[in-house]
Design a protein around this ligand. Structure first.
Ligand SMILES: Nc1nc2c(c(=O)[nH]1)N[C@H]1C(S)=C(S)[C@@H](COP(=O)(O)O)O[C@H]1N2
Ligand SMILES: [Mo]
Length: 219
């Protein structure tokens, strides 16, 4: 599904990655504060919705979309798009906090709760970590406990419309309590593991947990 990674795209991507790694090394944007309010420390509110990714936006038709859930689960699952939409659907309103310091309030998402999926696949007792795999090759990791929170959604719609390609459509993760890099766009697979496996940004200097209120940008 992804586009060729060579040529100009490859160079753009390398530049973006290098710039963000530099931020991590320099501790850019860190305020050293922690906070309990709605706006986490060091963040500024935006009204638009910026696009951030590796510079490659895979075009995934819903016909080809679907979701595989595997690893340490009693009942691994591969759903095509229709089967995914046949799962119980939920509406959630949540805030976005990106590590590049913008936050956006009151995003209306529609999709399937992580909890709904967990009920279907039944993680084994040894499963303690989750890795999201995306169509652009991106990965990010969270603990099973954090994935199982009631506000975690596998979202296909935003503000009543299908998620656009640039924002991760057809399907993305929404983990509102963490910096937005944990919310994988163009999701294709959820893997359950007994050991943690740091993802794309986590191995490049970004925090393993990424709690905005504790300003866990890097680490
Ligand atoms: N598949 C994939 N998911 C991704 C990324 C990516 O490069 N690829 N970037 C992450 C980062 S760093 C951020 S801030 C958000 C941005 O989401 P947005 O473009 O919808 O604002 O997506 C996250 N999910
Ligand atoms: Mo980000």
């Amino acid at each position: 599904m992804s586009e060729p990674e060579d040529g100009l795209f490859g160079q753009i991507k390398d530049k973006l990655i290098a710039a963000k790694q530099k931020w991590a090394r320099e501790g850019r944007l860190l305020t050293g504060k922690s906070g309990a309010g709605r706006l986490p420390p060091g963040q500024r509110l935006v009204r638009d919705w910026p696009v951030l990714d590796l510079g490659l936006q895979p075009l995934v038709a819903t016909l080809d979309a679907g979701l595989t859930v595997d690893g340490l689960v009693a009942a691994p699952l591969t759903l095509d798009w229709e089967e995914f939409l046949a799962l119980p659907q939920t509406d959630e309103v949540s805030d976005i906090h990106c590590v590049t310091a913008w936050s956006r309030y009151d995003n209306h998402w529609r999709g399937v709760r992580a909890q709904t999926l967990l009920d279907r696949v039944r993680p084994e007792p040894a499963a303690r970590f989750v890795v999201f795999h995306s169509h652009d090759g991106y990965t990010t990791n969270v603990s099973l406990e954090r994935f199982a929170a009631p506000d975690v959604l596998l979202a296909h719609s935003w503000e009543g419309r299908p998620l656009t390609r640039e924002h991760g459509g057809p399907l993305r993760v929404v983990m509102p309590r963490y910096y937005f890099w944990k919310s994988a766009k163009w999701l294709k697979r959820i893997e359950f593991r007994d050991q943690d496996q740091p993802g794309f940004w986590e191995v490049r200097g970004y925090h393993n947990v990424g709690d905005p209120w504790r300003e866990q940008r890097y680490g």
